[in-house]
Design a protein around this ligand. Structure first.
Ligand code: ZN
Length: 249
């Protein structure tokens, strides 16, 4: 263990995972586009990838802040044609730049055939697919790997890189090691050491910063990366360049 007080990072950032809207039930959270923009300015975040299951609210937010906010469409694959129509409309008409899937909330396995038409649309539009990870039975890294294996030419962002469970975090890194179309996003993942390990095993272009605001506080999410003993070029890549390149921003 290295014993020292880690640095902070004031440089420009891209947030690969943010929300507005109301998350009731156990979460009890809400935030607006204006609040998100105010928070981004505090932390020197120039762009945030934004998703919420009320997609029209994201559309309005992106229209209001087109330079700062990047819309991702969040369909429920169980809705079949309706989900696919939503994805096509968002990518073609609303100029959204990616797709978000939450297998746990919508109760489907990542590689279920109901997901495949959405993945084919991602392939056609050449946009990334960001997928929540870290909760059984629907959101585990191995299952996301099965999908990534079927769609080797589609970029998949594994949100939370396994999330709060050490075994899942390890599986996220191992799955990404096997499949180079998987990229890891850091929000809500508690172990700073795993960020360094992921960069060592995958290279410095496969890990990107995300906050998952309002579920997590950027100050904490940023400091975890700062505490990971990265060099200045790795910090710059994780906080900015990787998202810019991989998400085509
Ligand atoms: Zn989230």
């Amino acid at each position: 263990m290295k014993v020292s007080i880690p640095p902070t990072y004031e440089g420009p950032k891209i947030d690969a995972h943010s929300h507005i809207g109301r998350f009731g039930s156990w979460a009890g959270l809400e935030s607006t586009a204006d609040e998100l923009i105010e928070q981004m300015r505090l932390y020197n975040v120039s762009k945030s990838v934004l998703f919420y299951f009320q997609n029209d609210e994201v559309k309005r937010a992106v229209e209001k802040y087109p330079r700062e906010l990047v819309g991702y469409v969040w369909p429920n694959p169980n809705e079949g044609e309706k989900a696919l129509d939503l994805v096509k409309r968002a990518l073609n008409e609303w100029k959204f730049k990616g797709i978000k899937l939450h297998p746990l909330i919508h109760a489907f396995l990542p590689n279920d055939e109901i997901v495949h038409p959405i993945m084919e649309e991602a392939r056609r539009a050449k946009v990334p697919v960001a997928i929540h990870s870290g909760h059984p039975p629907f959101s585990l890294p191995w299952s996301i790997g099965e999908l990534a294996e079927n769609f080797r030419d589609v970029t998949i962002i594994m949100l939370h890189m396994g999330h709060g469970h050490g075994v899942y975090i390890q599986a996220a890194i191992n799955t990404a090691r096997r499949l180079d179309n998987i990229y890891l996003e850091t929000s809500g993942m508690p172990m700073h050491t795993k960020i360094k390990e992921a960069i060592r095993l995958l290279g410095d272009n496969r890990v990107m910063y995300g906050s998952d605001t309002p579920f997590h506080e950027p100050a904490v999410e940023i400091q975890r990366i700062c505490s990971a003993d990265l060099n200045s070029s790795e910090l710059e890549r994780v906080f900015y360049s990787n998202a810019k390149e991989v998400l085509r921003l």
